[in-house]
Design a protein. Structure first.
Length: 326
């Protein structure tokens, strides 16, 4: 676990992708807010010392966290997703107004909010301007940036649209992180897991899977079981030698033929999302898959978190005692 000298209040924390990345960047959680029961349990499973509020972000009083270093969150993407109706501000799931409320109440040194690339479209220009305007009224300078997860060592493209706001003159010190090395391929990333049960075809499979993955799609509880996305995504996975129609319980064994087309396990999906082996997930298979698929890749969160830390300096807010709140 990385040492922390900066504090963060995180909303819509999910299964901890952004949480873990920010921790690696040097931020300690004063509070993590997540409404999904299994995802909140995942946070507690990995960090029992954290204060985890299992409930609606509307229940949180930002004044209790006045002077926090960072307010962060992966606000729900359905209002802006190309897979949905793109209702934006008219969607009841839009939590940007709640994020602005918390900024107003907590007065953090910096803000980091991530979403899907759909929010970057011309359709939502007025909406983005309104968010920027509200933050400027509160003394923040802001910037939006579309980042590709593949540039941070994550073996999938997974574009994320990120807002960073920094109070006062410190914004001049903020610089968006650049690419970290070359993108990792699916085969090299998953070979250790794909060969774990003695499958003789693992090495041949890994050579075929010599590309980055399609974007992992977590979906919602309104849809069926775990699979790797719509028809186009499944076709892209098949080109990598992966059956995307479902998620396996375990890797192929020595009994499987060399030319077998495997399905990914949840552990493999987690690696594609940028989680390492230390992060565990709570719940049944479909719930775990959705938690992983909806997560913000930790390496991207770490990269942006380090850039924010560089801008605002270390230890500008006093760390409080941590406890668990259900």
């Amino acid at each position: 676990m990385a040492s922390s000298d900066l504090s963060v209040l995180e909303i819509c924390a999910g299964a901890g992708g952004q949480s873990y990345g920010l921790e690696q960047a040097g931020f300690g959680h004063e509070l993590a807010v997540e409404i999904d029961r299994d995802a909140a349990a995942t946070l507690r499973l990995n960090r029992p010392e954290w204060d985890v509020h299992e409930g609606d972000v509307r229940e949180v009083n930002g004044r209790d966290y006045r002077g926090i270093d960072l307010l962060a969150g992966g606000v729900p993407c359905p209002p802006f997703s190309v897979a949905g109706k793109q209702l934006g501000a008219e969607d009841e799931r839009d939590l940007f107004p709640e994020a602005i409320r918390l900024v107003r109440e907590a007065k953090p040194a910096a803000v980091m909010l991530e979403n899907v690339k759909g929010l970057a479209s011309a359709r939502f220009q007025t909406y983005r301007d309104s968010i920027r305007g509200e933050l400027e009224k509160l003394g923040y300078q802001t910037d939006w940036q579309l980042l590709l997860s593949s540039e941070f060592g994550v073996p999938q493209l997974r574009p994320r649209f990120i807002l960073v706001a920094v109070k006062g003159a410190s914004f001049k010190k903020f610089e968006w992180p650049g690419a970290v090395g070359t993108p990792r391929m699916v085969g090299e990333t998953l070979l250790p897991l794909m060969s774990a049960n003695g499958w003789a075809g693992a090495t041949v499979w890994a050579k075929r899977a010599n590309s980055i993955a399609p974007t992992i799609v977590g979906g919602s509880k309104k849809h069926g079981g775990a699979d790797l996305g719509p028809s186009r995504a499944k076709a892209a996975w098949l080109a990598l030698g992966v059956d995307g129609k479902g998620v396996a319980d375990e890797a192929p064994s020595a009994d499987h033929p060399i030319r077998y087309v495997p399905r990914l396990t949840n552990e493999m999906v987690a690696r594609i999302q940028g989680f390492d082996e230390s992060w565990r997930f709570f719940g049944r298979k479909t719930s775990v898959y959705r938690q992983i698929g909806n997560a913000f890749p930790p390496p991207v969160a770490e990269g942006v978190g380090r850039a924010i830390k560089q801008a605002i300096g270390a230890g500008s807010a006093r760390r409080r005692g941590l406890k668990i709140v259900a």
